[in-house]
Design a binder for this molecule. Sequence first.
Ligand code: FAD
Ligand code: DHB
Length: 389
Amino acid sequence: MKTQVAIIGAGPAGLLLGHLLRAEGIDVVVLERQSAEYVLSRIRAGVLETVTTGLMTRLGIDAKMKAEGMVEHGFNLAHDDQLIRIDIKGLTGRHVTVYGQTEVTRDLMDAAPGRGLQIVYEAKDVALHDLESDAPWVTWSAGGEQRRLDCDFIAGCDGFHGASRKAIPASALREYEREYPFGWLGILADVPPCHDELIYALGPKGFALASMRSPTRSRYYVQVPLTDKVEDWSEERLWDELDERFAGLSSRPIVRGPALEMSIAPLRSYVCETMRHGRLFLAGDAAHIVPPTGAKGLNLAASDVAYLSDALIGWYKNGDASGIEGYAERALRRIWKSERFSWQLTNLMHLFPQSTPFERAMQIAELDYVASSAAMQTAIAENYVGLPL
Ligand code: FAD
Ligand code: DHB
């Protein structure tokens, strides 16, 4: 098989990039390790910046998002029993949209045949070859047979654990990492949300988030020690915990319902500055991870592919290599700012088991300052809605 751009991974980064390139007539094949059903079963992001919704609109895949997405003009930080509303509309003139990653992915998958976007699911053992030549190629196995795809470029959109970043020689990798001493335990349930806007809360037992997917579907998270397993948590125990953490904060009592999904995600900050190696480009979680506190991961994947699609379109349409040469530098400027915001909000809103009394006092002072300062709230709001491309 031959194509112009081989894309590894059918998450939001790979699918958005595939559509953006196909829209310009560029040949693309997407190779995904899992089945479509498996990809859609992973419950992840919920909050979209206008950069992300704008790409869906540019692609004409926004009808469902516009009909079902919930436009949010504010969100809340809470410290103990004090609610601090961040008026993102008033402070920035902008908004975010609550529309699940599952829905974004499904919409992009459903629109793929109409755009001639070929997605190969269950492509096992993907391996990347001759990245430093101008004729790289990819192999995988399907049904016990070895397959080969020749291409001009490879886009590694295969997430943090994918094959693409691992294909870069260790000597060429420039990486930065921070792990956090806790994870988020999440639950998704068909119950009405307890508040009309999101609440990120820090209380005596740590962080909790009340989020939603629709007026009838809620998503909640609580901070848990890294040693906790999902099996340690019954649904009842988690609902009891959420009751306690949002008591006096939410405008309505928490409604309980059977879990559609429960999982624990560890928190990590990670940047691989080597976003280009020869003819391989990394985008999305393959190149960077943010802790979920700022809702930035999917949105950063979208901004990466906005830059990368520009670069590849410039190459194919005008023979212009400058976009390709400048891709990593351009993307990294936005990535580092989102890393900073996610790290800062994580530090502000979680209980760190190793914090010294001084560090705890600084955290409380900062929350108190945020509560009283329009300047602090504006800085948070403009990062939350997303910095410009
Ligand atoms: P992925 O979604 O990981 O997609 C990569 C794809 O590549 C997968 O389908 C995978 O199966 C495939 N793949 C992997 N290895 C291979 C291989 N070897 N060969 C072929 N295919 C492969 N972000 C936000 O913006 N807002 C939020 O509100 C938010 N909340 C989150 C909440 C949680 C609990 C978590 C865990 C994450 C959250 N995120 C959020 C982050 C967001 O989900 C990710 O940043 C986003 O999924 C990144 O998209 P991606 O396409 O780069 O990677
Ligand atoms: C959700 C996840 C986040 O990480 C976040 O910051 C806000 C909302 C969610 O899954 O709804």
